[in-house]
Design a protein around this ligand. Structure first.
Ligand SMILES: C[S@@+](CC[C@H](N)C(=O)[O-])C[C@H]1O[C@@H](n2cnc3c(N)ncnc32)[C@H](O)[C@@H]1O
Length: 253
């Protein structure tokens, strides 16, 4: 006779995720707040938002808490992170839905009415430049005219700024070697997830999807993001917040 695996402690996995991500981004809360400020300033207090590469819903939750009339569709393809988000956050009073989809496909947000804003944090550097350009073309059709895209992520200095890029990199390395308290690393967090028998099915599905992080050499730099957004028809594209190469880039359709 086999006994059922114990139910994961979803809230604990979510808070361990937040701590782990915060280890790499000491400014994470400031960046989240800035992004939500931008959505509110440009779309008002009741927007319909898609969160691209939502993970377990870190930004979605903060946006729904700050804007009580907002609705969000959180999109990701990682079965582990989706399970943590779905179980820890649920549907947030009917205002949060989850979509298991690959941003490299022509995903459909499944809501009636226009999408006012697309947001994303620490996610789009996973896409290769051609996939990023395709996503931006798709966003150009998904967002209503006047809709906004707000991306908080590392977007490297372009090749014509090599000394700035090197200086930013060395400052970042020095900052990262400082005290991180007892926050887990990315690798330790995933190793712990793999030990939880209640997450075995999601871990196996994740492995089946071969969902690997790309190497940093082949990530789109800031100029590639701006060019892709302009070519997709976005009228205004600019940085509204920055810490070294970590930026909040806003584009208005
Ligand atoms: C570092 S996590 C960030 C999660 C969350 N936005 C946050 O700030 O905590 C990157 C996320 O992007 C997702 N992601 C990467 N490539 C993706 C793709 N092609 N389609 C959907 N999600 C993707 C990963 O599964 C992961 O959840």
């Amino acid at each position: 006779m086999t006994s059922a695996a114990p139910t994961p402690d979803w809230q604990r996995w979510l808070s361990r995720w937040e701590a782990q991500q915060g280890r790499y981004m000491p400014d994470r809360e400031t960046r989240f707040a800035m992004m939500i400020d931008a959505v509110e300033a440009l779309c008002g207090s009741a927007p319909y938002v898609v969160d691209l590469g939502s993970g377990p819903g870190s930004l979605s939750r903060r946006l729904l808490d700050r804007l009580p009339q907002a609705r969000v569709t959180a999109i990701d393809l990682d079965p582990v992170l989706l399970a943590i988000g779905r179980n820890a956050l649920g549907d947030h009073g009917g205002r949060l839905q989850w979509l298991d989809a690959d941003l490299r496909s022509r995903w459909n947000a499944r809501e009636d009415g226009p999408v006012d804003a697309a947001v994303s944090t620490t996610a789009l550097h996973w896409l290769q430049p051609n996939a990023l350009a395709a996503l931006y073309r798709h966003l150009g059709t998904v967002l209503a005219p006047g809709g906004v895209f707000v991306n908080g992520d590392r977007m490297e200095f372009p090749p014509d700024l090599p000394r700035l890029a090197a200086a930013a990199q060395s400052i970042r390395e020095r900052q990262e070697s400082g005290d991180v308290g007892d926050a887990e690393s990315w690798e330790d967090w995933w190793a712990a997830v793999e030990q939880d028998p209640g997450l075995a099915a999601e871990v196996a599905e994740r492995a089946r999807r071969h969902h690997d992080h790309p190497d940093h050499e082949h990530q789109a730099d800031l100029a590639t993001h701006i060019q892709g957004l302009r070519e997709a028809g976005f009228a205004e594209v600019g940085t509204i917040w920055q810490h070294l190469a970590d930026r909040v880039l806003v584009a208005i359709r």
